[in-house]
Design a protein around this ligand. Structure first.
Ligand code: NAP
Length: 340
């Protein structure tokens, strides 16, 4: 067929550009018809497939805690005690840590005879030490490793809070909070880490705080210690990934525990007050379940906070000037309330 008769056959104008254009649009119409018939089911099928893949991936990577050796610091109260209950119910072999042997023993007594259907449970061991005494931490780590020969999951939960004005706070208080909340967990982690690297297996969890992502006034020592915690464990995660180790940083908002009562003030004395925000905080059992989920699903960074604190985390990054203004006006408001 000559080029002229071909043009006649398809009824296109004779200009070269015109032919190309109309041929493309004819092809386009055909495509449109095909897509018009199939785009809905195709999109639904793709989304369904992606969800299925995600579920399979989660199930494949899910860690079973039956018989796993789990160390929990600060297990004598609050979130640590709830973590002990939740991980015990999952069949873990617990090593509970804290400064007060009597209170740790009470947790052991509570859990000792509890059964949960077919789940095999174990009576927990205890190791007593003060995290702020870094020289004691390495011998405590040896005791921990002797209990079952290894550690599968280390939950760095113990911590103290602080309430105070920077102007009235001794540097020694800033340092003490840092010792308990930062250097203690760092020393314990580094003492346990080589055995995890040798086994090419292990999961390190740290309970940080939303205040590890944003700072609020009158919490300098606490917030600084939690920011340092976030930074250290983010580095650790990257460095131990090649050994197959997991690191999870959990950042909760307020939890209903004695944290504010046990907080220290600028002169090092106990604050001793249950703050309204803490009293209205999350149920520690819910937070403990979220910690369990983070371990089972190997979640790397979990923020457990309401809409406002979560928005504040984004605001601090995306519009810092506004965040700083809001925090400064918060101080002005609190000062005015104090003076009234
Ligand atoms: N409650 C909240 O609103 C909130 C919010 C975000 C994050 N967090 C974090 O959650 C974690 C648990 O706190 P919590 O709310 O459960 O408070 P908590 O009830 O006061 O418990 C703190 C635990 O840490 C232990 N601890 C404190 N200082 C220690 C030290 N020097 N050496 C060893 N253990 C020490 C305490 O044990 P002993 O006194 O028996 O030694 C206690 O078991 C902390 O890391 C905290 O920062 C809490």
């Amino acid at each position: 067929m000559s080029s002229e008769s071909f043009q006649d056959f398809i009824g296109q104008p004779k200009s070269r550009e015109g032919v190309e254009f109309r041929m493309v649009s004819a092809h386009g119409r055909q495509m449109e018809r095909m897509l018009g018939l199939g785009v809905g089911p195709l999109a639904a099928g793709t989304v369904g497939l992606l969800i299925l893949l995600k579920v399979i991936q989660r199930l494949r990577h899910k860690q079973n805690l039956q018989d796993k050796v789990v160390v929990i610091t600060g297990a004598s109260s609050g979130l640590g005690k709830e973590c002990a209950r939740v991980f015990h119910a999952a069949g873990a072999r617990l090593i509970l840590c804290g400064r007060d042997q009597k209170r740790l023993q009470e947790v052991v007594e509570e859990l000792r005879n509890k059964t949960y259907g077919k789940i095999q449970t174990y009576s927990p061991c205890t190791v007593t030490f003060d995290l702020s005494n870094t020289s004691r931490v390495s011998s405590a780590a040896e005791e921990i490793l002797k209990c079952h020969g290894h550690v599968d999951v280390l939950i760095n939960n113990a911590g103290i809070s602080y309430r105070g004005n920077i102007l009235d706070t001794h540097v020694s208080v800033q340092r003490d909070v840092m010792e308990t909340n930062y250097f203690g967990p760092v020393a314990l982690t580094q003492a346990i880490l080589p055995s995890m690297v040798d086994r090419r297996s292990g999961h390190i969890v740290v309970i940080s705080s939303v205040q590890g992502k944003i700072s609020i006034p009158y919490r300098s020592a606490y917030s600084a210690s939690k920011h340092a915690t976030q930074a250290y464990f983010d580095c650790l995660r990257a460095e131990v990934d090649r050994f197959g180790l997991q690191v999870s940083v959990i950042s909760p908002g307020y939890i209903r525990t004695n944290l504010s009562i046990n907080a220290v003030t600028g002169d090092g004395s106990k604050y001793g007050v249950m703050d309204k925000t803490t009293a209205k905080g999350r149920d520690p059992e819910d937070v403990a379940r979220a910690v369990l989920k983070a371990v089972c699903h190997k979640q790397k960074d979990v923020v457990l906070a309401g809409l406002l604190p979560t928005a504040a985390v984004y605001l601090r990054t995306l519009w810092p000037a506004l965040y700083f203004r809001l925090m400064a006006s918060r101080v002005t408001k609190e000062q005015r309330l104090k003076e009234e």
